[in-house]
Every structure is written in structure tokens, then in C-alpha cells.
Ligand binder design. Structure first.
Ligand SMILES: [Zn+2]
Length: 332
């Protein structure tokens, strides 16, 4: 619960108004022309503060003109637990849909970023705090499946408050599902790049978001599993002032880079080219066409299932290769 409180406090940032004067940066308090802030990709021109942006705006910033084709937009969230807090889950979904114009907290499809083809999945914090319910997990899975079978790299822009309370254990299951999705990508040998935007927390940062080949974050983004208040109360220790920031995560080795939004598109394209072995877009396309293997995913899944079955039969205990992992380790 405290995580939600922490994130809620950060959510007070005033959005850039559609026009006119009167906007000032929530960090440096310098007044700025909203048009200039928008032209600077919603980054304060004075201090570089990165405002939160929705999935549609993010896609528009990253992809080439006409370079995005949305997929799986018709996937609908159900209410299997018939969950009600102050409102019913379907009511909360309808509100989120009306507010964001999205059907769910993630938008996915095929994209071209600076002439590099990829599968792109972008989360939206404005949709129920970017929480990961069954549809978010399923879309990420399908994006990974498409990347693996088409031989395309996957790019995921992650921003999330974590699990979706209204889906209970079904939401938590998405951590395992999306982790398996990354496994499929790895087996297929296609690159995966994750961009962590403010905030990226809970079950998303603890699953697919941090399993990418290259993991970058925007400056100042807050990235953590549990919020500072929870950790401080649990450990009874004072936390550093920069706890959970992208910069501190970079210093601790949890990230590969902190990339300003104004450089993100070009950097992503470079990462994808490098991970695909370099060369011009034409050479990459030719190489990809040669190596495309629709059977890859199926073979990978079969190998994994076989390995899991073998593992399940293997008793825990000394003498095993994983001897140090005993059931007692999980009961503490
Ligand atoms: Zn500023």
C-alpha cells in the first residue's frame, strides 16, 4: 500500500497544458512555454526534468512517420474475481479507458524506429497506474512471441506501479508469464531492449522489465520493487536521498545507461543495430530474412518444458548441482 502512496505523491506533476501561458516546471519552477516543452519531448528546457508521458505520445516520439501498426488492441480484460473496492473493477476499467483513450495499460505492435524494424510494447502509467493485469501480460507475451517467430527485436517501454490489485493472484502470475516470454526471446536469439520510465516499480521491475539484453532508464526515473517508506520501516535504516533513482540504479549496476528522452530514439536504433550484428538497415533486413525461423519458438518452448519436467523430478538435496537451494530456503 505504501508503494501506492509514494507513487501518488509523485503523480502531482501538472501536465503541460494544451496551450497558453502559465506552465512552470514542477522541479525547477521556471516558467516555460508549453509549446517549447512539447517540442522538447515533454522535458523541461531549463533543468531537464522529464515529465511523464502516455503510451501514444511515447510511440509518436519513438517511431518513424507512419511506422507503428498496433496489434492485439481487441484483447479485453475480464473480471474473473468480481472484484469490488470503492467501485467495481469494470467501472475502474471504464474510467481508465475514458481517461487515456486506451483499452489497457499497454499498447503493442510492430514498429520502425529510425529505420530499424522491431516489435514495440509501451506501457501507460495513466491507465490504472500502469498495473500489470492479465491483458498486459498476454500482450507482452504475444509481442515476445511475434519477435521470436518473426526474428524481430523487442523494445519495451515500462512504467508501472506493479501488480493490478483487482486481479489478485492472476496479476501476480503475469510476472512468471512475462519472465517466460523473455526466455522465449532469448531462445530465439533476438534482442530485447527495455526502457524504464518514471515510475517503474513492483511486479514489472521484478519481472520482464529488468531481464532485457540492454536495460536503460530515463533521467530521474524512480525504479524499485518496494517504495522507500516500506523499506525504511522494514529495515529500520535511513535510506539515501537518491534511493531508487535511475542514476543510483546505474551506479549500482542495475542499469546499462541513463538516456535522456531527446536521445532515446537514436540510441534505441543504435542498440538494436549493434545487437543484430551491425550494418546498414538493408543488411540487417537481409540477414533477418535469412535467419527467420517460425519453428524457433515452438522448439524453444519444447526444450524448456522438457528441462522443467526433468527439474521437477530431481530431488532437492546435497549432491545435486543446485544443492544449495533447499526447500528450507523458501520457508524462512
Ligand atoms: Zn525544470
Amino acid at each position: 500500500m505504501s508503494v501506492t502512496v509514494e507513487i501518488g505523491r509523485r503523480d502531482d506533476r501538472p501536465p503541460v497544458p494544451p496551450g497558453g501561458a502559465g506552465w512552470s516546471c514542477p522541479k525547477c519552477h521556471q516558467p516555460a512555454d508549453p509549446a517549447a516543452v512539447r517540442a522538447n519531448l515533454q522535458v523541461c528546457p531549463a533543468c531537464g526534468y522529464h515529465l511523464r508521458i502516455g503510451a501514444r505520445e511515447r510511440i509518436a516520439q519513438l517511431v518513424d512517420q507512419g511506422g507503428f501498426r498496433e496489434r492485439w488492441a481487441a484483447l479485453k480484460t475480464l473480471d474473473p474475481l468480481e472484484f469490488t473496492d470503492l467501485e467495481t473493477y469494470p467501472e475502474r476499467l471504464r474510467e481508465a479507458q475514458a481517461k487515456t483513450g486506451l483499452t489497457e495499460a499497454i499498447v503493442a505492435g510492430t514498429a520502425t524506429i529510425a529505420s530499424v524494424q522491431c516489435v514495440l510494447a509501451v506501457m501507460d502509467f495513466g491507465f490504472m497506474g500502469g498495473s500489470m493485469g492479465s491483458v498486459v501480460g498476454e500482450k507482452l507475451w504475444r509481442a515476445a512471441e511475434m519477435a521470436a517467430t518473426e526474428g524481430l527485436p523487442l523494445v519495451a517501454v515500462c512504467t508501472s506501479g506493479g501488480a493490478r490489485m483487482q486481479e489478485g493472484i492472476l496479476s501476480l502470475m503475469q510476472m512468471a508469464k512475462t519472465t517466460c516470454a523473455v526466455d522465449v526471446i532469448n531462445e530465439a536469439g533476438v534482442p530485447f531492449v527495455a526502457v524504464l520510465a518514471d515510475p517503474c516499480t513492483g511486479g514489472v521491475v521484478a519481472s520482464f522489465a529488468t531481464l532485457a539484453d540492454i536495460c536503460v532508464a530515463e533521467p530521474g526515473a524512480l525504479l524499485y520493487f518496494s517504495g522507500p517508506r516500506v523499506i525504511a520501516e522494514t529495515t529500520k535504516e535511513e535510506l539515501p536521498a537518491d534511493f531508487g533513482t535511475a542514476e543510483r540504479n546505474l551506479a549500482l549496476g542495475h542499469l546499462d545507461a541513463v538516456v535522456a528522452r531527446t536521445e532515446l530514439r537514436d540510441k534505441l536504433a543504435n542498440y538494436l543495430r549493434l545487437l543484430e550484428g551491425g550494418g546498414t538497415p538493408e543488411r540487417i533486413r537481409a540477414r533477418r530474412a535469412r535467419s527467420r525461423s517460425p519453428r524457433g519458438l515452438v522448439d524453444a518452448a519444447a526444450r524448456r518444458a522438457k528441462a522443467l519436467a526433468a527439474h521437477a523430478r530431481r530431488p532437492f538435496g546435497r549432491g545435486d548441482r543446485e544443492a544449495d537451494v533447499t526447500p528450507q530456503d523458501f520457508e524462512a
